[in-house]
Design a protein around this ligand. Sequence first.
Ligand SMILES: *Cc1c(COP(=O)(O)O)cnc(C)c1O
Length: 400
Amino acid sequence: MEKKASTALIHHPYRPPEGFDSPQPGIFKASSVFFPNVAAMRSREWKDKTAYTYGLHGTPSSYTLEERLCTLEGGLQCVLAPSGLAALALVSLSMLRSGDEVLLPDNVYEPNKSLVEAELKHWGITHQFYDPMDLADLESKLSDKTRLVWLEAAGSVTLEFPDLPALVRLCTAKGICTALDNTWGAGIAFNPFDLLPGVVPALGVDISTQALTKYPSGGGDVLMGSVITRDPALHMRIKLTHMRLGLNVGSNDVELVLRALPSIYLRYRAHDTSTRAVAAWCQAQPEFVQVLHPALPSSPGHAHWRSLCTDAAACLFSVVLDARFSQAQVYAFVDALRLFRLAYSWAGPISLVVPYDLARSRGRWPAQVARGAVVRFAVGLEDPQDLQADIAQALALLRT
Ligand SMILES: *Cc1c(COP(=O)(O)O)cnc(C)c1O
């Protein structure tokens, strides 16, 4: 029977030990794994997951989580990393060599930017930033040196939604590897490996990474990342780099993500519904000159979002405050929020807020974003009317 991924995540293949069956899979921990004899030690192969050799090379628990994440994202192979950022770094370290160039969108997740600027540079790997809303800009920057193009949909903080299929088609036509930071979509908003369902052959990215820290964990208490592919050779290249770097995830953390995955579709939708309500309310407040949220028609790239996503829009939105407010007023507004806690990350039960300084972090001010202080909200699972009331009481401070 064909099942939707939301159902397949819950009714997922798992063989419990003889005589025992329960809703959650067993959790296995190991550094050492026993071999019955030297012949077995010499012949066991961990790379294809047919056997176990050492905790670092995989346990039944890590294999189970990897398989479920493939189900979620429509991939075939998965590697787990200790954080979302470690997953991004693993991809770049696997794919890039001295003399290569990597391209990143100018609204890329900020730490990925500092990875290329402060680390990869010293290994002779160059980089350029492209405007993800301008296909011609990416095209003009692709060269013989380009080995990897990073993609993000929606972009970090400003949430512009690019024409993802067009960007991928451009790179794929030139044989250049594409890697998507799919934390926002989470495998739910769209299928990263089949961006134009029905079109054959499928158009998709080569590599999809996620910060499992966000939706898959859902609790604000776990750090983990994943790297998913559909090509065995590409997966093996990433897996070998992963093994040589000694990256590991703890089975207790694997357990937390396995426990949270069955509710990910419900949580994503609940976050999404509340976020739209709060973002729409913010649009009516005169202190905010722009509200950035892909499902709002006035948000940059809204038409691209509508054509790619299955009406899913995650839990993030940003507001641009009127330029007449001083930095001190903006900080006082953020400090006055009570339910929205001042903290990084998102997709947990508690709503979070972070003020950003785009003038400092971006090379150029994004063309489709109004000038002013940008504050990003991550809507949690509280009642949306309470969240609106919280923003309203903080806004009152700006009105006195
Ligand atoms: C949070 C995040 C990451 C990094 O995840 P960590 O687990 O915090 O390292 C990467 N990309 C995006 C888009 C994120 O939001």
